[in-house]
Design a protein around this ligand. Structure first.
Ligand SMILES: Cc1cc2nc3c(=O)[nH]c(=O)nc-3n(C[C@H](O)[C@H](O)[C@H](O)COP(=O)(O)OP(=O)(O)OC[C@H]3O[C@@H](n4cnc5c(N)ncnc54)[C@H](O)[C@@H]3O)c2cc1C
Length: 463
């Protein structure tokens, strides 16, 4: 039986520490669970759910606590905290790793890279597998390797009635479908993911270009054009093949643009990052070289083809996205024919605080392949996310207003939004296709008729 901290009997300080433990966002909503259960094993999860059933409480789940809207915090529910249940086991022959949902991207990456294997873990090191994979999983190099949830081979879960079962393509296939993109609408608690890993790339290199605000348009349009060049189109074709066979690594590049303030520079700058993965040192160098040769003038700084690793990239995110700061986050997938640089100019150039960030990421070539047979059903070539970050409680309204103002303009060109960085209470967005939405509602009703498992906070039909 797991340790359970009950609101009515615990020391208030102990209860508050349990309620807020490992929450990423420093803006903590005033929602108060009836109890917090700290699971250390699969059996603890079964026991906690059966306790909730006996006492007729709803169940909410916290894996990594990274949901910016703090979905795990639900009033009067039993909050199941999975942070102390950390298990990983790789089957070297099949390359399938079994991992508990509380495992973070950083932990899984460290475990796998020691065995020369890789998985597309989330860009922030402390994002855990639970929320990340259920939401779809836009991990490192996922524009090439595919959505992380596409590598789920099976899941083990406890149903809303307290039964431990497996779901895969052959067994409980509707639950397996919902686990890949259904997010909090998933009507059970996952106890274990079975994930197909891939051979780790032998070479990882990055080029980073920082431009001042006055070169924003030229620099952004340069990188969008690089994506259209023959060499990158060829990469896309190769990447599509490697995605499909999921066995070998080819020359693959993840391209992102970040708006942020830099020390000693007054206005927000544009940083363009090309992260290249491959097995052949020369081929990787060649791709970065070709992009580098076409870069526009006006750079503040440049680093070219530096050796790196997913581990190093993850570490750098601790500084960019500090845990416990106050965050307001939103995102969209932009229509493919959008004038991206022009549309995103206000987001990238008027950031409200020196810590805040705007991010654009190319989803090609994954976005050129259709999404089939899973709940995840919205994507486009361009992903855009905003992170207003601030320290003082008093600045919440101002930062919230800035995000809302930018999103008001940007969402006119939206194909939809990514569930993982969405807040159902903040605004309505297209998170699934209409058929997938209907199917999710039906699966939730079938597997959780008494609505035991807390779902999408702010989306009544799926909550
Ligand atoms: C700064 C920032 C950076 C991010 N970067 C990325 C990124 O690079 N890629 C990306 O894809 N996403 C990213 N995200 C979004 C992130 O993937 C989601 O917030 C995700 O839900 C976090 O997972 P978690 O387990 O840590 O969160 P939690 O808050 O613990 O979980 C969120 C919800 O997921 C559900 N859940 C979790 N575990 C289980 C389980 N075992 N069984 C059933 N339901 C469960 C529950 O509804 C839970 O409330 C980012 C978010 C932020 C704020």
């Amino acid at each position: 039986m797991p340790l359970i901290v009950w609101r009515e009997s615990a020391d208030p300080n102990v209860y508050e520490a349990a309620r807020t433990s490992r929450l990423f966002n420093g803006v903590i909503p005033p929602r108060y669970p009836v109890a917090i259960a700290f699971a250390k094993s699969e059996q603890d999860i079964v026991d906690a759910i059966n306790t909730a059933i006996q006492k007729d409480h709803r169940v909410s789940v916290r894996a990594g606590g990274h949901s910016y809207a703090a979905w795990s915090l639900r009033s009067d529910a039993l909050l199941l905290d999975l942070g102390q249940y950390v298990e990983m086991e790789l089957d070297e022959e099949s390359g399938i790793v079994r991992a508990s949902p509380g495992v973070t991207g950083e932990q899984l990456n460290a475990y796998l890279s020691a065995k020369a294997r890789a998985f597309s873990v989330g860009h922030c090191p402390d994002v855990a597998l639970g929320g990340f994979l259920l939401g779809g999983g836009m991990g490192w190099n996922s524009n090439n390797w595919g959505w992380a949830c596409e590598s789920i081979v099976a899941i083990d879960l406890v149903t809303a009635s307290g039964e431990l079962i497996r779901a895969d393509v052959c067994n409980n296939a509707d639950l397996f479908w919902a686990a890949r993109g259904g997010g909090p609408a998933f009507p059970g608690v996952v106890t274990r993911f079975h994930l197909q890993t891939r051979q780790a790339p032998k070479v990882t290199r990055s080029s980073v270009y920082i431009y001042p605000a006055e070169h924003y348009t030229t620099a952004f349009n340069w990188i969008l054009k690089v994506l259209q060049t023959t060499v990158f189109q060829n990469i896309c074709v190769k990447a599509e093949l490697t995605c499909q066979i999921a066995s070998s690594v080819d020359q693959l590049v993840e391209i992102t643009a970040v708006g942020s303030y830099k020390e000693g520079v007054q206005d927000a700058c544009l940083t363009i990052i090309l992260l290249a993965f491959g097995d052949d040192e020369h081929a990787v160098g060649d791709i970065l070289q070709k992009a580098d040769q076409s870069r526009p003038a006006g750079l503040l700084s440049r680093s070219f083809s530096e050796e790196t690793s997913i581990h190093r990239e993850l570490e750098s995110k601790y500084k960019a996205y500090p845990i416990g700061q106050r965050y307001k986050v939103d995102n969209v997938f932009l229509n493919n024919d959008t004038d991206v640089a022009e549309l995103l100019r206000p987001a990238f150039t008027t950031l409200p605080t020196r810590q805040s960030l705007a991010l654009w990421s190319s989803m090609r070539p994954r976005s050129t392949r259709s999404l089939t047979d899973m709940a995840l059903s919205v994507q486009s070539d361009h992903y855009f996310a905003l992170y207003a970050i601030w320290e003082n409680e008093a600045d919440e309204v101002e930062n919230g207003a800035w995000v809302a103002g930018v999103m008001n303009q940007v969402q006119r060109q939206a194909a939809g939004a990514y569930l993982g960085e969405h807040d159902f209470k903040a605004r309505a967005a297209r998170l699934w296709g209409s058929q997938q939405y209907e199917r999710l509602v039906a699966i939730k009703r079938k597997w959780d008729p008494s609505n035991r498992i807390c779902g999408c906070l702010g989306l009544e039909e799926l909550d």
